[in-house]
Design a protein around this ligand. Structure first.
Ligand code: SF4
Ligand code: SF4
Length: 399
């Protein structure tokens, strides 16, 4: 029987705009592009799963095709669903471990200095390359000692004194890898008169979806839906994300890809810059110190798909002394765990090369982006330091 749940492929008008925008199709001739892998072959796959093409695996789920499509075809969702439904899965310990970010994070944060030192050593890199399939060229992220949620326990009372409250979904990045961004988020929210609270969240599921662990992704999603929905107390109660990929997943992947009802909080979920920018007028005049720097801004793919990049741009323009260079919207190539896989490393770097060139031509003092994996990719592939927009704002507030 034909699955009629997602027939958005039928709205395709064959314009091929999606293929022109697909960064993977541009980087390798092995991938036929979103039109061919999505709407064109979906009818065949529905009729006969034997007709599935292994090149589907090359799609990085960056969603650039969906941003470009004039007919609102859910191209990347169609491809992800086909990958998970029809491609034969081999159990791969690397993919299993990389997608269990809560498990990996809670272990690594207990022995952070040692883990960080070990993963930076050449013999360890060679081992990861040869036996695990993580390319030796890839810089591994550094873990924090302990979790951000644990650190926050001592700050709950202080946050409760604010009359306006918002719920902060930290994501794994802040919880395990970058406490400073979480602290900057608190500084910024407090400066705007908003107190933050956390909830017992799980990984949003982005790496689980990307690696084909759909049932586990659904389990995490159900947990998050329950926790976030229970915490939302009214229309004006915001759930804030500092990670653009977490925000996109919590808002759209749950209903569109995992087919779960997130209406208990979906309309309250907001990306941090969309929350902060309209509230900047609450700051006293002179609260922001001029930065006198040239900033190159890279809009992450999932933030663009979310439609929130304009808020980040507006926020950056509101920081005095920032000369803003808007980079032409190009995928950085890392796409979450995609660029950590040996078999996709060259494609990942080829995809990012045009962005790296643009950054070099802009010669900024620093690069700003809203996504942690874009930050890793840019810092590894260019000589520039990358900051989150919230951290730049916290800096201007005189943190
Ligand atoms: S999600 Fe990205 S990589 Fe996949 S088909 Fe669309 S544009 Fe190409
Ligand atoms: S952009 Fe949309 S309408 Fe055009 S070919 Fe791609 S899927 Fe079809």
């Amino acid at each position: 029987m034909i699955d009629l749940e997602n027939i958005s492929f039928d709205h395709c008008i064959k314009c091929t705009v999606c293929t022109a925008y697909c960064p993977v199709a541009r980087a390798t001739t092995d991938y036929p592009g979103p039109k061919a892998s999505g709407p064109d072959t979906e009818r065949l796959r529905i009729k006969n799963p034997e007709l599935v093409d292994d090149s589907l695996a090359l799609c990085s789920n960056c969603k650039r095709c969906e941003i470009a499509c004039p007919s609102d075809v859910k191209i990347a969702d169609i491809i992800q669903t086909a990958k998970n439904r029809y491609l034969k899965k081999k159990l791969n310990p690397r993919d299993f471990f990389m997608s269990r970010t809560d498990f990996a994070g809670s272990l690594a944060t207990r022995a952070a200095p040692l883990v960080n030192r070990m993963t930076g050593l050449k013999p360890a890199k060679r081992f990861l390359d040869k036996f695990i399939g993580i390319p030796s060229q890839r810089q591994m992220p550094s873990y924090e000692r302990g979790t951000f949620h644990h650190w926050f326990e001592d700050h709950v009372k202080n946050q409760a004194r604010f009359s306006e409250q918002a719920l902060y979904y930290t994501g794994c990045y802040v919880n395990y890898l970058d406490h400073e961004l979480g602290k900057d988020m608190i500084r910024v929210a407090n400066a705007l008169g908003v107190g933050l609270r956390l909830t017992r969240e799980k990984c949003c599921g982005v790496p689980l979806i990307a690696n084909g662990f759909i049932e586990k992704a659904k389990k995490n999603a159900r947990h998050n839906i329950k926790k976030l929905s229970a915490q939302v107390q009214g229309k004006a109660d915001s759930v804030i994300c500092t990670s653009s990929s977490c925000a996109y997943c919590l808002r759209w992947e749950y209903p569109n890809l995992l087919e779960l009802d997130n209406s208990g909080y979906a309309d309250n979920l907001t990306f941090v810059t969309a929350f902060v920018w309209p509230r900047l007028e609450r700051l006293k005049s002179g609260a922001l110190t001029p930065q006198n720097i040239k900033v190159a801004y890279h809009a992450p793919c999932h933030l663009e798909r979310l439609g929130a990049a304009a808020h980040t741009i507006a926020l950056l323009r509101a920081i005095p002394g920032v000369t803003l260079v808007l980079l032409n919207s190009e995928c950085c190539g890392i796409a979450g765990t995609y660029g950590f896989k040996k078999e996709y490393y060259d494609i990942s770097q080829a995809v990012g090369s045009r962005l790296f060139e643009q950054i070099g031509q802009a010669a900024p003092d620093l690069v700003v982006t809203d996504c942690e994996t874009c930050k890793w990719q840019i810092e590894m592939s260019t000589p520039y330091k990358v900051l989150h927009p919230v951290s730049l704002l916290a800096r201007a507030l005189g943190k």
